[in-house]
Write a protein that binds this ligand. Structure first.
Ligand SMILES: [Zn+2]
Length: 260
């Protein structure tokens, strides 16, 4: 949402989730609005994309060629509608989607790897687990050490996947982003080879066609809405596992708070 405030970036939301349902589903869903305010069959971006997919018989998500063909129809329309200075943002998060983009000869994708402080992550996951009734082994999810190890394993897996796919990526710490969004966004713009926005006051215009994903609001509101959940600041339960797992804490420091 914050990225789409750059005037050369246009958010298309979770593209993979839109494609997964097939073009007919969205064209018939008149009550569901795109973030531009129009339903899919009237949206200046999705209407031509979905219609083109149907006319080229790109309608069956189980076919192996479906997603590459659908992405190519989508990017073709993007190029037609916007000049080459613009780049689309796809907020899809799945592994399948990353593999698809990395495997394409025609898509020049870059990934942003957002990683949150392990103490904040463990605190919210443990809190969530404890609020749900669990029995037996599943009770382990309420423990900080379990959540911290899970954070490490999952992030290492994601990182090696990105490396294995040879997808250019940049790691973004969630905490530096929340506490210093301007600096973090400038780093991302540099990674995306975009012109720096001289002043963030100028980021009022934003183009988006989000059919699936977080709804967009205007940039002014969005900036003031970056709010950090700091409940873990007053907790102490992460301290013992943190002291016992120094390598994990070094990984946390290196990834979340790296000087870019
Ligand atoms: Zn739209």
């Amino acid at each position: 949402m914050a990225l789409a405030c750059h005037e050369n970036l246009i958010s298309l939301g979770e593209v993979y989730q839109v494609l997964r349902m097939g073009p007919t589903y969205w064209l018939n869903r008149q009550e569901h609005l795109c973030s531009c305010g129009a339903p899919a069959h009237q949206c200046e971006f999705w209407q031509p994309v979905l219609t083109k997919m149907r006319s080229l018989d790109i309608i069956e998500p189980t076919k192996p060629s479906y997603y590459p063909d659908a992405y190519s129809a989508l990017l073709g329309q993007f190029a037609k509608l916007y000049s080459s200075e613009y780049q689309p943002i796809d907020t899809s998060k799945g592994i399948k989607h990353l593999k698809l983009l990395a495997g394409s000869d025609t898509i020049d994708a870059k990934a942003l790897f957002l990683i949150r402080d392990v103490r904040s992550y463990a605190s919210s996951q443990a809190r969530l687990a404890r609020s749900q009734p669990r029995k037996g082994l599943k009770k382990v999810k309420g423990h900080y050490w379990y959540q911290m190890l899970r954070w490490l394993t999952d992030n290492k897996k994601r990182e090696s996947l990105l490396k294995e796919l040879a997808l250019p990526f940049r790691t973004i710490g969630y905490e530096p982003f929340c506490f210093n969004p301007s600096q973090t966004l400038d780093n991302v713009y540099e990674f995306l080879a975009l012109p720096k926005v001289p002043s963030h006051e100028n980021m009022k215009q934003s183009t988006h066609h989000v059919l699936f994903g977080n709804p967009m609001r205007n940039c002014d509101k969005r900036k003031s809405e970056i709010r950090y959940d700091d409940r873990w600041f007053s907790e102490t339960k992460y301290m013992l596992p943190a002291a016992l797992m120094p390598t994990l804490m070094q990984y946390n420091q290196a990834r979340v708070y790296a000087k870019l």
